[in-house]
Write a protein that binds this ligand. Sequence first.
Ligand SMILES: [Cu+2]
Length: 384
Amino acid sequence: MSTFRTSMLVAALASAATVSAHGHVTNVVVNGVSYQGYDPTSFPYMSSPPTVAGWTASNTDNGFVEPNSFADPDIICHKTATPGGAHIQVAAGDSISIQWNTWPESHKGPMIDYLAACDGTCESVDKTSLEFFKIDGAGYDAATDTWASDVLIENGFSWLVKIPENVAPGNYVLRHETIALHSAGQENGAQNYPQCINLQITGSGTAKPSGVLGTELYKPDDAGILVNIYNGLSDYEVPGPALIDGAVSSVAQSTSAITSTGTAIVPGGDSGATSAPPSAGEEPTTAAPAPTSEPEPTVEEPTTQAPSTMITATRPSEAPTTTAVPPTTAAPTTAAPTSAPTGGVGAQTLYGQCGGINWTGATACAEGSCKSWNPYYSQCVNSA
Ligand SMILES: [Cu+2]
């Protein structure tokens, strides 16, 4: 039954490829300053992941929340999400750029953003108490046959969202989401990809819009959820509550230049803007298992003006490596990684981190080679 086995293998590979094509938010850019997001495909495997404003979640496969789970807390900020340990300061009226590593062209759908006020700090908030109000919601333009997700891709996988000027200052959770509709013509076929980020909004606004609980945002049979997008759609109704006063469905989209990197603020702790979380020279441990699905490489590093400061930051030249290993950019092409003489004091173990912005640990791999998944994370992987 080798034919059967072969088809099973092909199916498994195809499935894996599909999954790995999904994406997640890598970073948020506020007035040129880039803040790292939560990476569900790498942070779970790190011994001491960075403290970021992005919420922790267990979607290690970059997967989605299905309509049958709309009443489950998983819909709030993705699967088994817990609050990010820090927050990013933004001013009401600012437009912030939410940048993804990638997104598949086939996964067409709306881009939606909500805010929910935290009673106290968002880092310790009970997510089931959060009441979300919508600050943007872009769907489909029938005239040009363009989905908001197409615009995300066109802008280097980034989405610009404006924090309404009238919103009262305070701590908020930003809930950023796309809903892939390629299979939404059938029940439970839509795919929600929510991700949350803690913000501290400054300003003099006074509006405190009412919102709805995350578990009440959508119903599986909403017009914008159970919808066949292949039937000459003339109109698409973005699901969820109405936009608040003062918000627009979307601001004009553009990419945002990154001029520096920042570190999110930890409540009661250091708000140092440039310090790196891992201490220099720390020997990373690698007890964590390998990712079950291959992380998605950044297909095209947003040509979007990654400027010199950022490029400089990604160079491992200052890393305290003590071995004479070739730089990560010159990964050996020899086919036998196990025989590659990359071991040595300070070399990273298989699946350990070996580079990325703010990384001060080993940049050499004792096993495998160092592969860059995104500007913030390079990992020792088997090149086979
Ligand atoms: Cu998919």
